[in-house]
Ligand binder design. Structure first.
Ligand code: BES
Ligand code: ZN
Length: 628
C-alpha cells in the first residue's frame, strides 16, 4: 500500500509525515526472503523462471458466492530451460493447497515456504517423471486479496452479488498458484462454473450471454504476464459498440455506458493508426461496481473500469483511451520488473494523450496534459523531501511492495520524458521509432536498460545533437524533474486562471458557460486548499457543486470542503465515500480530514464504508488512519 499512490491531486503536507511513518512501518517492511533466494532484479517473485517456465495455464474454477471462495484446479504446462532443474517454484498467498499431481493424477511432492507479508509463500513442486504438466488443486481464502466479493446491496441492481479480481501488481498469486512475475508470459484457457445466475467474464474470449448450466469457457491465445489474469462475475449485459468492441455493464446502466463509450471504436482505430494493429482480437470494457479500487485496469480483451467515469458527457473517457493504450504499452511490451513500471505507465499516458488529441483535438489534449503536469508537480513536492529516490523513473523497490512505485512519477514524469524526446526529434521520427519499438518487442518484456539501448541505437544515433539534448540519464536515474522538461500550455486554462484570480480578489463568480469538466478541475486546483466558508457557499449557491454527478469534480470540491470546514458538503461527501471505493479519491479525502484535525469524522465514515472497499483501498486507508 502506498499513501502516495497515483493520487492525482494530493499535495498534503501531512502526507510527508504519513509517508515518514509508513517508511518505518508496514510499507517499507523488508521482504522476508530467508526461505528462498530472491531474484537479483527484485521481481517480487519466488519463482525459478530462469530454469523452468509456465507456457500454458489451464484453469478449472468453481466460483462459490455462497461461501465466498473459488475452488480451483490450475493445470500448468511447463517448459524446462535448464535440463538439470527438478522442481518448479510458484508464488502463492492466502491459498489453501489441497494436492498437487501430474496430468495422470499421480501425486507430486511439494512444500510451502515461510509466509512473507508482501510476497506470500513459495510453493515448490517436484517436477513429474512423465510429461510437462503439473496440476495444483487449491482454494482461495478470506485473505485472498485480489478478490472482492460484493453484496447485492453494493451493486446497482441490488439483487445479485458481484465478484471481481485485481491482480496487478502481485495479487494474482492470491487466487491462482503461478509464477507471479511479469517476466513470464503464458497463454491460458479456463472453465468457470458459478453457483448463481451471473455472467462471468475473464481477460480472454468472453461469452455475451448467460447460459443455463452456469458453466463458461475462455481462451487467451496470446501469451500474457500473470498480472493480467482477471475474472469478474455479476448481473451483466453486453452491448456492441462497433466491429471489434463493446461494453458490459449491469442492465440498469448499460445504455448510459454505451453512450459514454460511443467513441470506443474510433479510439481503437486511431490507436492502431498510430502504433500498429490491435493484436488482441476484440476490445471490451466492463463497468464494475463503484468499489473497484482503480479507475481502470487494462486486462487484455476486457478493460475493467470504475463506474465513476460515467459522467454523462464523455468528459472522463480519457481513462478508456489509457487502458486501451496499454494494449500496446504494457500488454504487448511489458515491464520486466516492477522497477521498470514507468515503461508501462509513462508510455501509456503519452499514448493516451495522442489518442485523445486525434479524436478530440489539440486544445482538449493540452488541457489534459496540463492537468497531468499539475499533478506531477504536486507529487514531486510531496516526495522530494521524504523519498527523493522514488522520483527517479527507474525504481529501486528491492524489499518493498511494488505499490510503493505506483506514483505519478511513473505516469507523469514518464509521459513528459517521452514528450521531451518527441520535441527533440520531431513527432514523425518519434512515431517511427515507437512503431518499431512495439513491433520489435511485441509479446516480450523489457527492462529500462534495454529500452535505453534501443532508444540510442534506433533513434538517437541518427543525430548526435539529439543524444546530448535528451539527457536520458538524468531523467531515468536522477530524482526530480530535469530542466529540459517541456511545459504544456493551454489557452483554455489561461482563461481559467483569470477567472480564479478575479474570484479570489473580488469574489466575482466566473462565467462558466463554456466550462468543461477540465476547466472546472483546473479552476478548483488553482484555488487555495482552504477558502473562507462564504466563498465556498458563493460557489456552491451558484453551481451546486456539492451535488455534482461528476466524480472528479466532486472529489476536488470535497477536498476544499474539508480544508475549509464547509460542512454543508459533508453529507454528500460521506455518501460519496461510502459508495465509491476508488483509492485515488479516498486517499486525498481521508488524508485531508486527518490533516485538518477531523480524524474522528474520518474514522466514523471509514467504519461505515470499509466493508465495501477492496483490500487495496483498505490497506491504504487503514494505514493512513492508524498512523499517529
Ligand atoms: N494498470 C493501471 C492500474 C494499476 C497500476 C493497478 C498498478 C495496480 C497496480 C491502470 O492502467 C491505471 O493506470 N489506472 C489509472 C487510470 C489512468 C487513467 C491513469 C487509475 O486507476 O487511476
Ligand atoms: Zn495505466
Amino acid at each position: 500500500m502506498s499513501i502516495i499512490f497515483k493520487d492525482k491531486n494530493a499535495r498534503l503536507s501531512y502526507l510527508l509525515y504519513i509517508s515518514f511513518v509508513l517508511l518505518f512501518s508496514c510499507n517499507y517492511k523488508k521482504i522476508n526472503n530467508k526461505n528462498k533466494t530472491m531474484d537479483k532484479t527484485s521481481n517480487h517473485s519466488y519463482s525459478n523462471y530462469q530454469d523452468v517456465v509456465i507456457k500454458h495455464l489451464s484453469l478449472d474454477l468453481n466460483v462459490l458466492f455462497e461461501t465466498k471462495e473459488i475452488i480451483g484446479i490450475a493445470d500448468l504446462k511447463l517448459e524446462k530451460l535448464n535440463s538439470n532443474v527438478n522442481s518448479v517454484i510458484l508464488d502463492i498467498k492466502a491459498l489453501e493447497i489441497d494436492k498437487v499431481t501430474d496430468s495422470d493424477g499421480l501425486a507430486l511432492d511439494y512444500s510451502i515456504g515461510k509466509e512473507d507479508e508482501i510476497l506470500g509463500s513459495s510453493l515448490t513442486i517436484q517436477l513429474p517423471k512423465q510429461g510437462d504438466n503439473i496440476r495444483v488443486h487449491y482454494k482461495t481464502t478470506k485473505g485472498s486479496e485480489a478478490l472482492q466479493w460484493q453484496e447485492p446491496a453494493q451493486t446497482l441492481g441490488k439483487k445479485h452479488p458481484f465478484l471481481f479480481t485485481q491482480s496487478q501488481a502481485i495479487l494474482a498469486r492470491t487466487w491462482i498458484p503461478l509464477q507471479d512475475c511479469p517476466a513470464v508470459r503464458f497463454t491460458y484457457s479456463a472453465k468457470v462454473k458459478v453457483d448463481m445466475d451471473l455472467l462471468p467474464l475473464m481477460s480472454a474470449s468472453n461469452p455475451q450471454h448467460k447460459n443455463e448450466n452456469r458453466t463458461y469457457t475462455y481462451e487467451m491465445p496470446q501469451p500474457i504476464p500473470s498480472y493480467l489474469m482477471a475474472l469478474c462475475a455479476g448481473d451483466l449485459e453486453y452491448k456492441s459498440l462497433g466491429d471489434s468492441c463493446g461494453v458490459y455493464a449491469e442492465p440498469a446502466q448499460i445504455e448510459e455506458c454505451a453512450n459514454e463509450f460511443e467513441d470506443l471504436q474510433s479510439m481503437i482505430d486511431k490507436a492502431s493508426e498510430l502504433y500498429g494493429a490491435y493484436k488482441w482480437g476484440v476490445y471490451d470494457v466492463v463497468v464494475l461496481p463503484p468499489s473497484f479500487p482503480f479507475g481502470g485496469m487494462e486486462n487484455p480483451r476486457l478493460t475493467f473500469a470504475t463506474p465513476t467515469i460515467i459522467a454523462g458527457d464523455k468528459s472522463l473517457v480519457s481513462l478508456v483511451a489509457h487502458e486501451l493504450a496499454h494494449s500496446w504499452s504494457g500488454n504487448l511490451v511489458t515491464n520486466r520488473t516492477w522497477n521498470d513500471f514507468w515503461l508501462n505507465e509513462g508510455f501509456t499516458v503519452y499514448f493516451e494523450n495522442r489518442i485523445m488529441e486525434k479524436i478530440y483535438g489539440k486544445p482538449y489534449a493540452d488541457m489534459l496534459a496540463l492537468l497531468g503536469m499539475g499533478e506531477l508537480q504536486n507529487t514531486l513536492k510531496d516526495m522530494q523531501e521524504t523519498h527523493p529516490n522514488d522520483t527517479k523513473l527507474y525504481l529501486e523497490l528491492d524489499g518493498r511492495s511494488p505499490d510503493d512505485g505506483m506514483t505519478d512519477i511513473a505516469y507523469e514524469k514518464g509521459r513528459f520524458f517521452l514528450l521531451m524526446i518527441e520535441g527533440v526529434v520531431g513527432r514523425e521520427e518519434f512515431d517511427l521509432f515507437l512503431n518499431g519499438y512495439f513491433k520489435k518487442n511485441a509479446f516480450k518484456t523489457i527492462t529500462t536498460a534495454e529500452f535505453i539501448k534501443t532508444l540510442n541505437t534506433d533513434l538517437l544515433s541518427k543525430n548526435p545533437e539529439w543524444k546530448s539534448n535528451v539527457n536520458i540519464d538524468e531523467w531515468i536515474y536522477s530524482p526530480g524533474l530535469p530542466s529540459n522538461c517541456p511545459f504544456p500550455t493551454s489557452t483554455e486554462f489561461d482563461k481559467v486562471k483569470e477567472d480564479v484570480s478575479m474570484f479570489r480578489k473580488d469574489g466575482i463568480i466566473p462565467n462558466t458557460a463554456n466550462y468543461t469538466t477540465h476547466h472546472w478541475l483546473q479552476f478548483l486546483r488553482e484555488l487555495p486548499d482552504s477558502l473562507p466558508t462564504e466563498r465556498m457557499a458563493m460557489l456552491d449557491d451558484s453551481f451546486d457543486i456539492t451535488n455534482t454527478g461528476n466524480s472528479e469534480i466532486a472529489c476536488d470540491w470535497f477536498k476544499h470542503a474539508i480544508m475549509s470546514k464547509y460542512d454543508v458538503a459533508y453529507p454528500a461527501m460521506e455518501s460519496f465515500l461510502i459508495r465509491v471505493g476508488r483509492r485515488k479519491f479516498l486517499t486525498p479525502l481521508y488524508g485531508r480530514m486527518v490533516e485538518s484535525n477531523q480524524k474522528e469524522m474520518a474514522k466514523r465514515i471509514y467504519s461505515k464504508a470499509k466493508s465495501g472497499y477492496h483490500s487495496v483501498s483498505n490497506n491504504t486507508i487503514s494505514a493512513l488512519l492508524n498512523a499517529k
